[in-house]
Design a protein around this ligand. Structure first.
Ligand code: SAM
Length: 256
């Protein structure tokens, strides 16, 4: 795993015209990465659709491929936490309400989820959250500056249970190496899953990432309440996992 991080990384932001790239590297760079999601035409309620049209514009950050300036976006200097896969946004809204002093940027590709999140933020009157409706891998790669985030939340990412789909899992290299580089020293990444095989993969990937150190000691999962800035509320997918009799695994790592 360590070895693979030293190889050419097609996720890294790179200038396509850089003379030092070999033709193979250029090809790898142009190749689209494997997505951690599949776009489906899911059901969207009238209220969620209305929120997408009328409310989201107040919260949405467009994907531009240019580095973000958090102070300009939020109009203040504050810690910024990035969440990948907000789902229907209950957890994002609850944590943002608990921490008005922190800026939150949520990323979600599922339209009904983005609509639901915008609606919740509006109803709660929150101003410390912004939303990307875009692939988080591309947002991190192109728009999140190095060593800029106070924290990252990845709660119950799609488990991609079948072995042939494991390549779609988000908590995997090289993405985690790139994501870790966007966390400032002392900042954290908090992941959670209800799928044991993915929990084992998360532990292996995060332990093997040289930029990160396990907050709870090498090789250990975290207590559910082990998040440095907030207790993690039960998410929708956690509740579903528990109903199905699944275990819950949390992992918290600090950027060295
Ligand atoms: C299983 S759900 C969990 C939602 C929520 N965190 C929870 O715990 O209830 C995972 C979510 O991640 C989103 N997702 C997956 N890959 C993503 C990506 N690359 N960028 C943004 N969102 C993504 C999916 O659309 C889905 O809504």
């Amino acid at each position: 795993m360590l070895e693979s991080r030293t190889l050419f990384n097609p996720f890294e932001t790179a200038d396509m015209d850089k003379p030092e790239l070999t033709p193979e590297e250029l090809e790898a760079l142009k190749k689209r990465h494997i997505r951690s999601f599949v776009m489906r035409r899911g059901h969207i309620s009238a209220a969620q659709k209305r929120a997408l049209d009328e409310t989201l514009p107040r919260y949405e950050l467009p994907y531009t491929g240019k580095p973000l300036d958090y102070a300009e976006i939020f109009g203040r200097d504050a810690d910024t936490v990035f969440e990948i896969g907000c789902g229907m946004g209950e957890t994002t809204t609850a944590i943002a309400a608990l921490h008005p002093e922190v800026n939150f940027i949520g990323c979600e590709v599922f339209a009904a989820g983005v609509g639901a999140l915008a609606k919740r933020l509006d109803e709660a009157g929150l101003t410390n959250v912004r939303i990307f409706r875009h692939d988080a891998v591309e947002v991190v790669r192109d728009m999140i500056p190095e060593a800029s985030l106070a924290g990252v939340h990845i709660y119950f990412p799609d488990p991609w249970r079948k072995a042939r789909h494991h390549k779609r899992r988000l908590v995997a290299q090289p993405f985690i190496g790139m994501l870790a580089s966007r966390i400032r020293p002392g900042g954290y990444i908090h992941c959670a899953t209800d799928w044991e095989n993915y929990a084992e993969q998360m532990l292996e990937v995060l332990e093997g990432e040289p930029q990160l150190e396990n907050l709870h000691g090498a090789g250990n999962f975290s207590p559910v309440m082990g998040n440095p800035i907030s207790e993690r509320p039960t998410t929708k997918f956690q509740a579903r996992g528990e109903r199905l009799g699944h275990g819950i695994w949390d992992l918290v790592y600090i950027r060295k």
